[in-house]
Write a protein that binds this ligand. Structure first.
Ligand code: NDP
Length: 445
């Protein structure tokens, strides 16, 4: 890291103790910015980087609710509004027991650059709770969401801050959150939340967008290397929203997904994962990957090692942060993997990224590869603002164009800064410059 940026990074660590994931996300961006601060002293003069590392606003609140046994439960809610230089804060809500301020801040920080890369008018934010929806009844999830929104509603709105889903927050949770916002405010304000259902203000392709977008991004990486998905083996971690729709699009484009996972383990099916069965198990029954194996005679449950031991041409980590470590990266590379693209946010550790780079594996960071979700959320906001709804085909075409644009911007920026083929540097620098220029224009705020 450039020595002046190392000083800034040490200050960030000092000001935000105990937030390892936030430190990691900041380090990954600052490591790319050396050539930018050399070329553009105006960013240093205006303390743009220090300002970006300090959220504009952080909200932490109590979420009390009553479970099915009548017992009172208390969770903690978060919303970190990081940067509104480019538009209203935009970023998902995560409900998972591991959520704490450091996770929300790493996600919100990444979101600034990801949203900037889309070229759409959206700032960066993120939120969530340490509530675990797993094993909870629909009634419990509804009561939790209502209590969560009873505090959150005063901080958000279509011109202020527009949340969406993330881990543990899908269509069901978005529905309960939207319903409570509408009830409290007496406003049918469609543009205050994205990921809505199609009959109440949602957009076609939003559900599919992050997974599809990641696959479109990889398609561009393949094209740049003169290749396609045809005949390629792909391994996808997770089996939630991002993973399922990545699998759907890979299969449509001629690739074969041979392994998937969830937090209970992984499954291998050499002839290709059967998407209908996986959707039944994960989306309808909210079951485990073991339930998939029980229905598919040719599938086997991984009993040792990890998903990353399965030989593959392309790996898409689509589950959670730091799920692909140095050893996994080395195994992927030695088994002939050529591309790793992050469907999830920061699923690859910093050491693993270095191992992949040294082995010549092409690597696409999440802030570029998984930006299709938030981009389509911005398209949902556009449709809400004009009280319109577009067709699936039109919306998917827009998503594809946006992903191609991000891909090309990453490569062009990497070239411009003398780092050809470096998607990490390209994404960090292009995203940073876009938001930094807006910050200079808006003055010291
Ligand atoms: P979901 O909750 O739909 O799915 C998450 C999946 O990851 C589940 O299969 C879950 O398994 C698995 N998982 C979670 N934690 C772990 C763990 N510690 N080890 C192994 N598997 C785990 O979330 P999404 O698909 O929406 O999100 C996945 C990732 O993509 C996250 O990093 C998110 O931030 C990122 N992302 C999501 C976007 C979206 O539009 N939804 C947009 C951009 C990025 P289990 O069911 O067993 O918990």
């Amino acid at each position: 890291m450039d020595s002046s940026l190392q000083v800034l990074f040490d200050q960030v660590v000092g000001r935000n103790p105990g937030e390892a994931e936030f430190h990691q996300a900041v380090a990954e961006v600052l490591e790319s910015l050396g050539p930018v601060v050399t070329k553009h002293p105006e960013y240093t003069d205006a303390a743009v980087i220090q300002r970006l590392c300090e959220p504009e606003r952080q909200i932490i609140f109590r979420v009390p609710w009553v479970d099915d046994r009548g017992d009172v439960q208390i969770n903690r809610g978060f919303r970190v509004e990081f940067s509104s230089a480019l538009g209203p804060y935009k970023g998902g809500l995560r409900f998972h027991p591991t959520v704490y301020l450091g996770i929300v801040k790493f996600l919100g920080f990444e979101q600034i650059f990801k949203n900037a890369l889309t070229g759409l008018p959206i700032g960066g934010g993120k939120g969530g709770s340490d509530f675990d929806p797993k094993g909870r009844s629909d009634g419990e999830v509804m009561r939790f969401c209502q209590s969560f929104m009873t505090e959150l509603y005063r901080h958000i709105g279509e011109y202020t801050d527009v949340p969406a889903g993330d881990i543990g927050v899908g269509g069901r949770e978005i529905g309960y959150l939207f319903g409570q916002y509408k009830r409290i405010t007496n406003r049918y304000e469609s543009g205050m939340l994205t990921g809505k259902g199609l009959t109440w203000g949602g957009s076609q392709v939003r559900k599919e967008a992050t997974g599809y977008g990641t696959v479109f991004f990889v398609e561009e990486m393949l094209k740049a290397a003169g290749e396609s998905y045809d005949g390629k083996r792909v391994v996808v971690s997770g089996s939630g929203n991002v993973a399922i729709y990545a699998i759907e699009k890979i299969t449509q484009l001629g690739g074969t997904v041979v392994a998937v996972s969830d937090s209970s383990g992984y499954v291998v099916e050499e002839s290709g994962i059967d998407l209908a069965t996986l959707k039944d198990v994960k989306e309808v029954e909210r079951g485990r990957v073991g339930d998939y194996v029980a229905r598919r005679p040719d599938a086997r449950l991984g009993t040792s090692g990890s998903l990353w031991d399965v030989p593959t041409d392309i790996a898409l980590p689509c589950a959670t942060q730091n799920e692909l470590d140095e050893a996994a990266a080395a195994t992927l590379a030695s088994n002939g993997c050529r591309i790793v693209a992050e469907g999830a946010n920061m699923p690859t550790t910093s050491a693993a990224i270095r191992v992949l780079g040294d082995a010549g594996v092409l690597f696409a960071p999440g802030k570029a590869a998984n930006a299709g979700g938030v981009a389509t959320s911005a398209l949902e906001m556009q449709q809400n603002a004009s009280r319109d709804s577009w067709t699936f085909e039109h919306t998917e075409r827009r998503l594809d164009e946006i992903m191609r644009g991000i891909h090309d911007r990453c490569l062009a920026t990497a070239d411009e800064y003398g780092l050809p083929g470096d998607y990490v540097a390209g994404a960090n620098i292009a995203g940073f410059i876009h938001v930094a220029d807006a910050m200079l224009a808006l003055g010291l705020i």
